[in-house]
Write a protein that binds this ligand. Sequence first.
Ligand code: URA
Ligand code: ZN
Length: 400
Amino acid sequence: MAQPGGSKPKRKVVDIHTHMYPAEYISILSSRTEIPLVRTFPSPSSPDPDPRLILLEAELPALEKALQDPSAPVPGRPLTKHFTSLPQKLHFMTTHGIDISVLSLANPWLDFLPASEAGAIAERINTAFEEMCSSSSNRAFFFFAALPLTAPLETIVSCITHVSQCLPHCRGVILGTSGLGSGLDDPALLPILRSLADHNLPVFLHPHYGLPSAVYGPRAAEEYGHVLPLALGFPMETTIAVARMYLAGVFDAVPELRMILAHSGGTLPFLAGRIESCVLHDERLAKEAEKKKTTASRRRRRSVWEVLRSQVYLDAVVYSEVGLKTAVEASGGGREGAERLMFGTDHPFFPPVGDEADSQGEWESVRLNAEAVKRALGEGSEEAELVMGGNAIRVLRLFE
Ligand code: URA
Ligand code: ZN
């Protein structure tokens, strides 16, 4: 419908990368003595104690120091209402012109739960997400469910059936890179990936574990904050996880599987050519490919590029025009490539520094991602509008 004055109708903006921790998850973290955990420290600036979220292995040295020395800097990050409150999420959406959010549990999901508890907790956490989504009357929320990956296979598969059939706002699942504990190239994960594909539930793949702390060097813990684990550990983790899936033939084994990769696929768009070349020049893989030609299946391994352009979508959380253009090119380029990218914010991570507790204004991290889309694809272009919302609405069926 034309707008008064002949201007274009406003297309919906969709944030597909936006996290929440329901109350039950926070109480689980608060009862823990090992990471991930929530721990309260005296606040330097307020009489109220300061609850901190400590999630990453790279945060362990700071946690240990703070526990021994009350004058040491507090570890982790502040657990603000941005992590837990739906009204706060709505306020953030209004501030940034976001119409629809596809919520997901933040890392490390349910990966650390005892096997005997994981299934029941998953059911309650996913129900909490469904309730958040249905409490909003204007279809502002959908969600990616979390899976009880430490539980027995039947429990995981019945969770998939449950979220698909009983939770109408569920549009996929969020998965870390550890799978059942041995990574996403683990053959034991195939029935789960098949079940997800059969239920038309895309996998939103998100990092958490990073790289071993030793690669960041002895100065990192004291001097470099979160920069190396978040800027490099997270993207390399995602890249390695997907490369392992590719090498194990997972995409060929489950051709209906759809993956949405966080942070524009880590470094995958930039390194896909190198991965492809290393595959082509590897003696062992070449021999195996030769053997396959003579067997009945005659199945050719598809190239990394073919997989990227048929089974993979990327979020647009890359913070630069250069990164976004690379992601679009790796996804097929032009309109075809732009159809595989989806805007995200990574809220509530990366709040404005110094204002973490309140952060009610515009977030620089969001502005950088929105600017990158405009710069890479042209402000107001059809391609930019697809990335900002149209693709998510189509791929995730947000109006069905
Ligand atoms: N973004 C996330 O999603 N998780 C983190 O731990 C940090 C940044
Ligand atoms: Zn995230």
